[in-house]
Design a protein around this ligand. Structure first.
Ligand code: PLP
Length: 379
């Protein structure tokens, strides 16, 4: 699914020399590399504050702690996503409220959010799934109208631009009150271990969060709030510093692969290719709205599971993200949820399949993959 070895070859000298420098100076935690990476990412994203932390799940949890969410507060998020989002809501004893997603973009459904809002709703967590932003115009409007925080889970869309209705562009993750991301190795900007970060333009919130990530300390050994231990280590920061200048070219390589995939599947009756908000299905050359963390097809003739098996036999990795709706996961089942509230997620879990997607895919590989998919789906 990913080719991390190929990427490493291109940054090997830089990474190896930074890492050996860290070994020599023993600045393993919060060394200069972390501070430099923070500044470089702030500048890339055009955001006032980046607060590095240990992973993307912590980033979400710390964002919620920073906003002062309290047990019993309701937090709305998507039913069709990775479990990290709902996990931290539950851990903080907030009340998760799962809602359905859109059939074309797989992102959180605005009408479903509006139906789910109550007087207890304190936050909405849109997940920019597979590399494309949720409808941030509508989310910001809802947030303002009901006084609800928007927390962007940007683990899958770092580098993506969101284009507002008025044409203005802003980087994914920097639009709501706070955003989070993950630097897990397979993410679009991945390090060589665990890593994550929180983004915000709010000075007070940034200050509060900087304390929370470090045991609630603002002055050494003065613990003013309950915090956690969540730090990015210097070695990961060094890897990320080598990769950040290449992030745009990584995104372009992914988009180029997506375009080729989608072109091969044009006109197919049983295959739905990813739809971007610009409606260009990844085919438009200038589209920067989707960074294709995953390239996800819908197989609409009931052959998804068979296809996954067939690809495996042909030596082609693939993934089903996600096979079970969150509302049906044992840890999160709840009487509040009714099957008829999740028609889209219930359908998607049967139809989606993600093809190999990374920066080193070549034409020969893409041709082999698309030919194999087409042969099976149309057999
Ligand atoms: C990967 C991911 C996370 C969690 O990130 P970790 O760094 O693995 O903790 C959270 N949300 C989404 C949508 C993700 O894809």
């Amino acid at each position: 699914m990913v080719d991390l070895g190929g990427q490493y070859q291109a940054i090997k000298e830089e990474v190896n020399s930074s890492i050996s420098n860290i070994m020599e100076t023993s600045a393993f935690i919060n060394g200069p590399e972390v501070k430099e990476f923070q500044k470089e990412l702030e500048s890339y994203l055009g955001v006032k504050h980046v607060i590095p932390c240990a992973n993307g799940t912590d980033a979400l949890q710390i964002a919620m702690m920073g906003l002062g969410l309290k047990p019993g507060d309701e937090v709305i998020t998507a039913d069709f996503t990775f479990a990290a989002t709902v996990e931290v809501i539950a851990l903080l004893q907030l009340t998760p409220v799962l809602v359905d997603v859109e059939p074309d973009t797989f992102n959180i459904d605005i009408a479903a959010i509006e139906k789910a809002i109550t007087s207890k709703t304190k936050a909405i967590v849109p997940v920019h799934l597979f590399g494309q932003c949720a409808n941030m115009d509508a989310l910001l409007e809802i947030g303002k109208k009901h006084n609800i925080f928007i927390i962007e889970d940007n683990a899958q869309a770092i580098g993506a631009d969101y284009t507002f209705k008025d044409g203005r562009k802003q980087k994914a993750g920097t639009i709501g009150e706070v955003g989070s991301t993950s630097f897990f190795p397979s993410k679009n900007l991945g390090c060589y271990g665990d890593g994550g970060a929180i983004f915000t333009n709010d000075d007070d919130l940034a200050h509060k969060i900087r304390g929370i990530v470090n045991h609630g300390m603002y002055i050494r050994y003065h613990h003013d709030v309950v915090g956690v231990n969540s730090r990015l280590d210097s070695i990961q920061a060094a890897v990320l510093r080598a990769k950040l200048p290449k992030l745009d070219s990584y995104c372009n390589a992914r988009r180029a692969a997506a375009r080729k995939y989608s072109k091969s599947f044009e006109g197919q009756e049983h295959i739905a290719v990813p739809v971007t908000v610009n409606g260009c299905a990844g085919i438009c050359d200038t589209c920067d709205c989707h960074v294709f963390h995953q390239y996800t097809l819908k197989i609409t003739n009931g052959k998804r599971d068979g296809l996954a098996e067939h690809l495996g036999e042909k030596g082609i990795p693939c993934g089903v993200y996600y096979p079970i709706p969150l509302h049906n996961q044992k840890a999160y089942v709840d009487d509040r949820y009714k099957e008829e509230d999740f028609p889209i997620t219930n359908q998607l879990v049967k139809e989606v399949i993600s093809l190999p997607m990374h920066t080193e895919l070549d034409d020969e590989q893409i041709n082999y993959i698309t030919t194999t998919v087409l042969e099976y789906v149309n057999s």
